[in-house]
Design a protein around this ligand. Sequence first.
Ligand code: UD1
Length: 347
Amino acid sequence: MASKKERILVTGGTGYIGSHTVVELQQAGYPVVIIDDLSNSNIDVLDGIERITGIRPDFVEASCTDIEALSKLFADYPDIRGIINFAASKAVGESMQKPILYYRNNLNTLMNLLELMTPNNVKGIVFSSSCTVYGEPDVNPVTEQSPIKKATSPYGNTKQISEEIITDVINAGAPFKSIILRYFNPVGAHPSAEIGELPNGVPQNLIPYVTQTAIGIRKELSVFGNDYNTPDGYCIRDFINVVDLAKAHVIAVERMLTDKSDAKIEIFNLGTGNGLSVKELLDSFERATGVKVPYKVVGRRAGDIEKVWADPSYANNVLGWKAETPIDDTMRSAWAWQKKLRERGIM
Ligand code: UD1
């Protein structure tokens, strides 16, 4: 099917959120080229994307910190008009140990892309930011106007600095637009179970640890603290379905490329608006799958936020987007993905 839509470069497109977004872009008719260095993902993700959409996205294996490789990519694909930048290191704990890796990867990637956009006539960039910019909020839910708190990790700091870099570049008159998306906690997998979250090594995030424990790869889940100042004592997060999240990117890309707004830079919270405790999430997993996850409560994890959830009304009203998937369905999708990995002998 010949597509009239403009080509989108998806950096980090074989990663967790990236791969789900590539599926939604292709299903909306956008031709895609992915660049990924496979540092935290696997080339087989392309097979999953192809099985869902019937289209194998073009793929370049390289790091976006390599400006030569990026320049060559733009020369090979002169029709790129939009970028979604997912390529980044994202483990909070690791960033405390290896700050230079985080600053180099996350900031050089962004600066290389911004630098190459103008000479290559790219009209807009969507940037993956995070609710981490709000730190421990004084008031929940947080809106886009809630105060930015001092980052508690180099990872979080790269997101704050990245937002500032984009703002400075646009204010300096760059001839392109940007939409900054602040994600809350993305969870779940594609309903087809063809793609999902598959971190290399021991999972740092909650849900992959839960599903790997449920299937017997890990003995038990350590829950980091139940003595927080919350109704049940567990941390509270805004868990958002990854496909719902991916769909917001297609809307953002279209908004930039068709000049739906005059604003050169816009920021949106992407969350459900519901705070759920870690315990409530485990209850949902058990209810949805019938599988009980062995866990023990251990001490708090350094740097954890007690509670944060989104006020997504700006994204709801302006983008016409809403996260709608019920949490139990999302948990079922995460479990189906884990079982699929077992079936295929991957984990
Ligand atoms: C963190 C970052 C977020 C980032 C995301 C990407 C902060 C405050 N948050 O989210 O910005 O985008 O990582 O990786 O910087 N938990 C357990 N046991 C586990 C794992 C997690 O109890 O084995 C708990 C945590 O204590 C937390 C909740 O589950 O309360 C969610 O943790 P996680 O999935 O790691 O995400 P965040 O820390 O919220």
